[in-house]
Design a protein around this ligand. Structure first.
Ligand code: TEU
Ligand code: CA
Length: 576
């Protein structure tokens, strides 16, 4: 397998608004990131992925770009950004920028100009008349709730918005749109950045004629939007025209992308992208209609409080499902692509609350999940706060919500079931993207050391217990475990380039696999379970002279054949 720096790298994702505030206005900013670059270097990460900091009215916290060539006021200036790039590079790290190309803000000048049907920008977006019966152009819905069409008084037509109404979709069929975008990408790469994370890039080609989608309880129209007819032409075109010239990495975010499609998007035989952020494991605990679909929750929402543990209704998932998805991607992409191994990000609830135990076994389970992420084939992605095991938060009132998706979907939910916030708060607790957007907990000082002002979003009250300062002082912390994992992966080629072999297909609690490279082998055994579990390795496995590489329990056994595993125990052995 070809060696590449981006395969060996560990990525750290920054959601800057919630990372670190340097000037006391309650909003994280570029100077705040600069202050923490040494922190990232200490942790040992190689690549920083910066979520959008471009000029934006912030309907979706920067994923609605008003001007691709300037920096949002709250974040600082272009000078601050230049300084950040320099600081990151001085610390031997690289910087990749989040780039949103499926849509812009409705305040972008292209959109404003396109309201005039006679302008050169007339066809930059999807403008359509109402149907003859006066209905919307088609039945598509927005991912954030509601319909995907908004009427514009000036142009007297509807425009398409797959996300918020302030995020009109760009019409990639128009060659001028593509040319303008490619030129802008060259401009950023010319500044010396090391790559892009491409937002929802498999949504850029819509079925010709924009036909109605099949009715379903979730996102209507997706089959005409996801992996559309000309998507490979557009992406490979972008590769040929732009990316091929640079030593850079591309991480493509692709909802609704399966392994087979991923192979077409990745690599030189495909469209040239390096790795795909897919949603197949992130969507596991959800119902057929997606994250906010409650169709088979057979309890009235207002009765939730009477249940012993309402949380289990929204957060039960099966290890078999997670293992099936991860295994399919491990084996499917081997030699044909590359995995982006993430468990959480700014769009999902906190990883430990989702796949681990945010209560009694928080530390052990967070370490176990990190072990999983670092021992699969692929590039590990750490989302800010994951390295200290930050958790979901209790949302006490509707006013506390900030995220456009959480607000819209919660409103719809309350309306549909005719209930108040009290009755849906359990759902919000497990679904809201705000969970992962509460400020990073730096210390036990006021506002978790994030700001000296009023934070733009609530701080998780558990910061007194869970914070970076504490974690760095305590050698057994999740933070130090991440550091160890990063070092281990750096020193161990098998963990980076080795093949993946699943050991047990359907054990209800144990996820065990081998990584092999040449005659070297690493064994990974994970007890994804809050109880003890006894477990024996297949006898034919060659486990000569084993060496325990890492474990989340200090006194883990050296013998890798007979296992008496404790709750969420994770062990990694060099076995040959
Ligand atoms: O996310 C794409 C996406 O599909 C998510 O909106 C996802 O469906 C949703 O979070 C599920 O709850 C990207 C960005 O990561 C996200 O932050 C943006 O809001 C979105 O694109 C629009 O740009
Ligand atoms: Ca600030």
């Amino acid at each position: 397998m070809d060696r590449e720096w981006w395969k060996e790298a560990v990525v750290y994702q920054i959601y800057p608004r919630s990372f670190n505030d340097s000037n006391g206005d309650g909003i994280g900013d570029l100077q705040g990131v600069i202050e923490k670059v040494p922190y990232l270097a200490d942790l040992g990460v190689d690549v920083v992925w910066l979520c959008p900091v471009y000029d934006s009215p912030n309907a979706d916290n920067g994923y609605d770009i008003r001007d691709y060539h300037s920096i949002m006021d709250e974040m600082g200036t272009m000078d601050d950004w230049e300084r950040l790039l320099e600081t990151v590079h001085d610390h031997d790290m690289r910087l990749i920028m989040d780039m949103v190309l499926n849509h812009t803000s409705d305040e972008h000048e292209w959109f404003l100009k396109s309201k005039d049907p006679d302008s050169d920008y007339s066809d930059y977006y999807y403008w359509r008349d109402a149907r003859e019966d006066g209905g919307l152009p088609n039945n598509w819905t927005s991912i954030f709730g509601g319909k995907a069409w908004k009427y514009d008084e000036e142009r007297e037509q509807y425009y398409l918005h797959v996300f918020d109404e302030k995020q009109p979709d760009l019409n990639w069929r128009n060659e001028d749109v593509r040319e303008d975008i490619f030129e802008m990408l060259h401009w950023w790469l010319g500044k010396g950045i090391d790559g892009f994370r491409l937002d929802v890039i498999n949504l850029i080609s819509k079925t010709e004629g924009l036909p109605d989608g099949e009715e379903n309880p979730g996102w209507v129209g997706w089959e005409h939007i996801v992996n559309g007819p000309r998507v490979h032409e557009y992406i490979s075109g972008m590769y040929d025209d732009v990316f091929a010239e640079y030593d850079m990495m591309t991480v493509a975010e692709m909802p609704g992308c399966g392994v087979e499609e991923a192979k077409q998007y990745c690599g030189e035989d495909g469209d040239g992208l390096n790795m795909i952020v897919h949603f197949e494991h992130a969507d596991i605990p959800y119902r057929p209609g997606g994250k906010w679909d409650l169709q088979d929750v057979d309890v009235e929402l207002h009765e939730l409080d009477d249940l012993d543990d309402p949380d289990t209704l929204f957060n039960d998932w099966d290890l078999n499902d997670l293992r099936d998805v991860l295994t399919r991607w491990q084996i499917g992409l081997d030699g044909e692509g590359w995995n982006a191994n993430y468990l959480g990000n700014h769009d999902h609830p906190r990883t430990v609350s989702r796949f681990g135990d945010s209560g009694f076994f928080r530390v052990a389970s967070a370490k176990l999940l990190a072990t999983l992420q670092f021992t699969l084939q692929g590039t590990p992605f750490i989302y800010q706060g994951e390295e200290i095991g930050m958790t979901n938060v209790e949302w006490e009132s509707f006013d506390e919500l900030r995220d456009v998706e959480a607000i819209q979907q919660t409103e719809e939910l309350m309306e549909r079931h005719d209930v108040g916030f009290e009755d849906v708060k359990h759902v919000v607790k497990h679904r809201s993207r705000d969970n992962s957007r509460t400020p990073v907990q730096w210390s036990d000082e006021e506002n978790a050391g994030f700001t000296e002002g009023e934070p733009w979003i609530k701080v998780n009250p558990n910061y007194e217990r869970i914070n970076v300062e504490d974690a760095r002082e305590n050698e057994d912390s999740i933070w130090h475990y991440y550091r160890e994992l990063i070092e281990l992966r750096e020193d161990n080629d098998t963990l980076v380039y080795g093949d993946f072999h699943l050991l047990y297909e359907d054990h209800p609690h144990i996820f065990a696999y081998l990584r092999t490279l040449g005659d070297r082998g690493v064994l990974v055994v994970l007890n994804v379970f809050a109880h003890n579990e006894v477990f024996t390795l297949p006898p034919n496995l060659d486990t000569d002279d084993p060496e325990l590489l890492i474990s989340n329990y200090a006194d883990a056994d050296d013998d890798p054949t007979e296992f008496d595993l404790r709750p969420y125990e994770a062990r990694v052995y060099q076995i040959t």
